[in-house]
Design a protein around this ligand. Structure first.
Ligand code: ZN
Length: 275
């Protein structure tokens, strides 16, 4: 089932002079505090299934293409002396807090076994990589701290979005009432079909699942991960939660989709940085 309307209020498309086209969150960027991005597949140099802005290193694409694609995106963002942070995502629930000592003298930081990152340091670009799994952007505009979450179904099952909010409060002094959350493009309820095994795993770990599941005619289940993450964030005391309408599988011209493309595909990059 394709969604008829892929217009979106929450994310806007920016066409950079170097050809890179990426989405950003006006609600965040217009504060002047941060720059956000979610790459589309346009403006890179990769070919074939990875055409063209493949952001993911762990694909069958040539590594040098990915390096060049990332370089183009980061240059399009024009953030002064950026420090790029890449968690090595494992569909877990570990959240890393980046402090000044962790990044001293570095341009690229990789954090092992981590699916979410938070910081209050300027010019640090928190980055995650996606091909269907949700991204959640977090901003406390008052105390100026940020977070970025890779929330696929396993992360959602482990309540990773709420855990990231909790760590922003604990470590960075953010306040629940100030935090704004934006859920980005991912596999939406229209396309996230699972069999009984996955459904049952959800059932045993989450009590609010019923609201976000519908059964389809193939006797499978459609899960609304955006709805689930919204609920988890609200349960964590975040009242300002917004989401995009974009479904990665429904927009082949804009996005790679692991499920739609049957595994052989590129990745989008998501990111946020304090200016
Ligand atoms: Zn869809």
């Amino acid at each position: 089932m394709m969604k008829p309307n892929q217009n979106d209020e929450m994310f806007k498309l920016r066409k950079s002079p170097n050809g890179v086209e990426y989405l950003y969150i006006p609600m965040f960027d217009d504060t002047g505090l941060v720059r956000t991005f979610f790459t589309t597949r346009k403006g890179g140099i990769s070919e074939g299934d990875f055409d063209s802005l493949n952001f993911g290193k762990y694909t069958e694409d040539h590594m040098l293409n990915v390096v060049e694609n990332r370089k183009r995106l980061f240059s399009a963002l024009s953030i002064e002396k950026p420090i790029m942070v890449f968690p090595r995502q494992v569909h877990g629930d570990a959240v890393a807090c980046l402090m000044a000592k962790d990044i001293e003298g570095q341009e690229n930081v990789t954090i092992e076994d981590t699916d979410a990152v938070i910081t209050n340091i300027r010019h640090v670009i928190l980055t995650t990589v996606h091909a269907d799994c949700l991204v959640v952007y977090l901003l406390d505009p008052v105390n100026k701290s940020i977070g970025l979450v890779h929330a696929g179904w396993r992360g959602t099952q482990k309540n990773i979005s709420a855990k990231t909010v909790d760590l922003m409060i604990q470590k960075l002094g953010a306040k629940r009432e100030n935090i704004i959350a934006v859920i980005g493009p991912g596999l939406d309820g229209c396309c996230f079909e699972v069999g009984p095994e996955v459904y049952e795993q959800f059932m045993t770990s989450l009590d609010c699942i019923e609201e976000f599941v519908s059964r389809n005619k193939n006797d499978k289940y459609l899960i609304d991960l955006k709805g689930l993450n919204t609920k988890q964030l609200k349960n964590a005391g975040v009242n300002q939660v917004y989401m995009t309408n974009y479904c990665t599988s429904c927009s082949p011209e804009l996005f790679f989709s692991h499920r739609r493309d049957k595994g052989r595909t590129g990745r989008m990059g998501a990111g946020i940085s304090l200016l």
